[in-house]
Design a protein around this ligand. Sequence first.
Ligand code: PNW
Length: 513
Amino acid sequence: MQTTLITTVLAIFYLGVSAEPEFLYKQFRDPERDVFHYGKFPSDFAWGVATASYQIEGAWNEDGKGPSVWDTFAHTPGKTHLNQTGDVTCNSYHKIEEDVKNLQELGVNHYRFSLSWSRIMPKGTPDVINPAGVKYYHDLIDALLAANIQPMVTLFHWDLPQPLMDIGGWENELMHAIFVAYADFCFQEFGGKVTKWITFNEPTVFTVFGYEIGYHAPGMTHLGWGAYRAGHVVLKAHATAYHLYDKKYRPLQHGIVGITLHSRWYEPKSDSEADREAAKRAITGELGWFAHPVFLTGDYPEVAKKLIADKSRAVGLTSSRFPEFTEEEKLMLKGSADFFGLNHYSTSYIEHKADTSLIPNIMADLDYKATEDDSWDRTGSWWLRPVPWGLRKNLNWIKDTYGDIPVYITENGMSENDGPMRLDDMDRVTYYRAYINEILKAQQIDGVNLKGYIAWTLMDNFEWAEGYNERFGLFHVDFEDPQKPRRPRASAKAFAEIIKNNGFLKPNEKSEL
Ligand code: PNW
């Protein structure tokens, strides 16, 4: 009875009128949590879409580009869906004009893209520079600026130059200095025009998939070791590149440098103490693996350090599989980002599950089991179910854990499987409206310092090991047609509408623009 009363009052409060509260997902009906919230973002809010070089550029061996680990991996039979590759993909290397026109159609004020390291440095090191590659990015950046769109540039979105893999890739300490040399070149070359930089995209995903379980390039299966070892070098490379920018470039270029981390929201499966602890451990251990060193302590989360050390000892090792930072490195890491880039797609339920297998394995180190609720809708990716309220909780966890750091959502979106062309993607429209509505609540009601929202992705592209079987685009791409034509989906129009209104107008409010 009391709940009903509170519910009604809340609904009236949210809508300002006595109409029925609006919900976007039929399976979520918690009025305090899921009711639609009307309002606007701050006037300087960043709106954008994201892509990554290997996923869209094609031209894999044109104009002096060197091979990357993704060229090698995708050319190895059995590694990707139907052995598909990014050799041509959306052919964006030859389509700057069209891509920028589509960005304008969306009305975004930011475009997040990544640099193909091996297009700029075919060997991975600055002794050989490929002028055609450098020119391509200048042309892209110039076209964006002419269209009033700010570039947000990711230095590393997974396509490591193959020659650097030949020396061990991110598991080799030398990569620290080599990445910094690459970053130095990019800041110097493009920093007069680019003021938002992201060092790494999703280190948890590329180190686990690439160095631990072999699902992504470079396909290493160093179970129990690979991801920690690679991640350790990545963190140091990030921090040194950050300080390099801070000292050498910021005084002249006035930009900001951040890192993009992937996180799901982890909701305890039950109210039990064990499950609540497990959920806390899961997010602290996974997101905190990279976020604690950069945004909090300069070091890994204590809970992960202890668990991994215990498990290492249990199999007779004399030191932990989790590497350690020196005091000097901790000082360098702590506070080494101007903003937090968050890639968020979905949520899981977490229950406690002690792993006693004694087989070193990052997936089992934190003693939890993740599941999805079968009532949650499905998408084209097994790991992605729409659970919009999870994003708001994730943002609040970041604020509560790391404080008032500026946050950009640098990816969020949903997939469908390949099939007949589908432009009427109402499920994706709902996903975007619901998730963006949750970040509006986080920003307006919870006080999260949210600076922008970047959707994944501008257009269908090469979805890594899943090839062209998972389509995330606001624009559909016909990969059968050599012209790779792009066509706007309903979600492109819905996203453009949200951007135009800078949020959500009440149903009876007219667009002011
Ligand atoms: C991200 N998961 O990858 C990447 O940054 C993009 O390049 C990619 O296309 C996009 O998300 C969609 O997949 C992820 O299993 C891959 O949780 C897998 C997961 C998360 C992110």
